[in-house]
Design a protein around this ligand. Structure first.
Ligand SMILES: Cc1cc2nc3c(=O)[nH]c(=O)nc-3n(C[C@H](O)[C@H](O)[C@H](O)COP(=O)(O)OP(=O)(O)OC[C@H]3O[C@@H](n4cnc5c(N)ncnc54)[C@H](O)[C@@H]3O)c2cc1C
Length: 317
């Protein structure tokens, strides 16, 4: 049997998340195929190291693809595959459970490790319990947490491209508009350094100040849910169980207590620095370096070291 990876990302490109799922799929020890929905992505996918075949599907406008259409395509392919994987992101999260329901297969979400013998490791209760689940269905569908795996090399592959028969797009719903969330600075998902702020920031202005510091350091700005709920930071900045999962080289948490739901999204970071005035804050249990003190003292000291954020603003203007 084979493993299929459902690609996601911008048209014409293979996302870093998809490369990581291809990297994850290698652990299953079977040939790995990739399914794409636009011809331009097919040639990018064919160059990915470790990919045996690229299945190039067409089902109307690739930019307005409905999850039901993707699920119908997966249903036609499922008999050839023991495992169908996708990044744990919008496309896979919407399409794979539907495909599992259509085929009577099992669906597992947010898998963090894969083992031979159809064993899938995933966190429960925001990562406080790690479960290893064996699937007994002929085809298992699983979304995979990209940050838990190293990416496959985007170059070096010579996969065959197979054009699939065109599929009628799902017609009962129609995507009218897609609007990207406003984002400034570095992309949180790809940043090597993330500077994150929590409720301890105490105001939107202070979060903006932290954002300028992040900018000066070439880092992305993250936030706790409490900070997002309080209106200090946009939804797109939220890190955690119900936000983004990140695993940068360095994660710096300012005024974040370290609730389990926040840790679920950042504890895989390679080096964690926490600044909190409460020495008992749970964030210190995952921190490589912990600073007990007022975050504004530390932010001020860093601003002095990297140059005043105000002057950086002026220099950008
Ligand atoms: C189903 C569910 C899903 C959730 N998903 C998420 C999620 O995805 N992401 C997430 O983050 N949370 C999530 N939460 C919420 C989570 O439980 C916490 O409420 C939240 O993470 C707390 O955010 P915080 O640490 O910023 O705030 P708090 O817990 O209020 O902590 C603020 C911290 O700032 C410190 N502080 C205050 N002032 C200063 C100062 N001047 N200097 C230094 N330190 C200071 C305090 O000591 C404190 O530790 C979820 C909750 C539920 C129930």
């Amino acid at each position: 049997m084979r493993t299929l990876v459902l690609a996601d990302g911008d048209l014409g490109a293979i996302s870093d998340a998809t490369l990581r799922v291809v990297g994850a799929a290698a652990a299953l020890g079977q040939p790995v195929d990739v399914l794409v929905f636009d011809a331009a992505s097919a040639s990018a996918a064919a160059q990915v190291s470790g990919v045996a075949r690229v299945l190039s599907a067409s089902a109307g406008d690739a930019d307005t693809l409905a999850p039901e259409t993707v699920a119908a395509q997966l249903q036609t392919l499922a008999p050839q595959y023991s495992t169908i994987l996708a990044p744990h992101r919008a496309r896979g999260r919407a399409a794979l459970p539907r495909a599992a329901a259509l085929t009577g297969g099992a669906f597992l979400a947010d898998v963090i490790a894969l083992r031979e013998g159809a064993q899938f490791v995933r966190g429960l209760y925001a990562g406080s319990v790690i479960a290893t689940v064996a699937s007994a269905t002929t085809c298992t569908f699983a979304t995979v947490r990209p940050t838990s795996f190293a990416p496959a090399d985007a170059q070096g592959g010579t996969a065959e491209i197979v054009a699939l028969e065109a599929l009628a797009p799902f017609a009962r719903t129609r995507l009218i508009e897609r609007r990207a969330a406003e984002q400034s600075g570095q992309d949180l998902g790809n940043a090597r350094v993330v500077i994150a702020g929590g409720r301890g920031l105490a105001s939107p202005d202070n979060m903006t100040r932290l954002g300028r510091l992040a900018d000066s350091l070439g880092a992305a700005l993250g936030a706790s849910r409490a900070a997002v709920d309080a209106g200090y930071a946009p939804n797109a900045a939220q890190v955690g169980q119900t936000g983004r999962s990140v695993a940068p080289d360095v994660y710096v948490a300012f005024g974040i207590s370290g609730a389990i739901q926040h840790l679920a999204g950042m504890k895989d970071s390679k080096f964690i620095v926490a600044v909190n005035k409460d020495a008992d804050a749970p964030i210190f249990s995952v921190a490589d370096v912990g600073l007990v003190g007022d975050l504004f003292d530390v932010v001020g000291a860093l601003e002095t070291r990297v140059g005043s954020p105000a002057s950086n603003e002026e220099s950008r203007a």
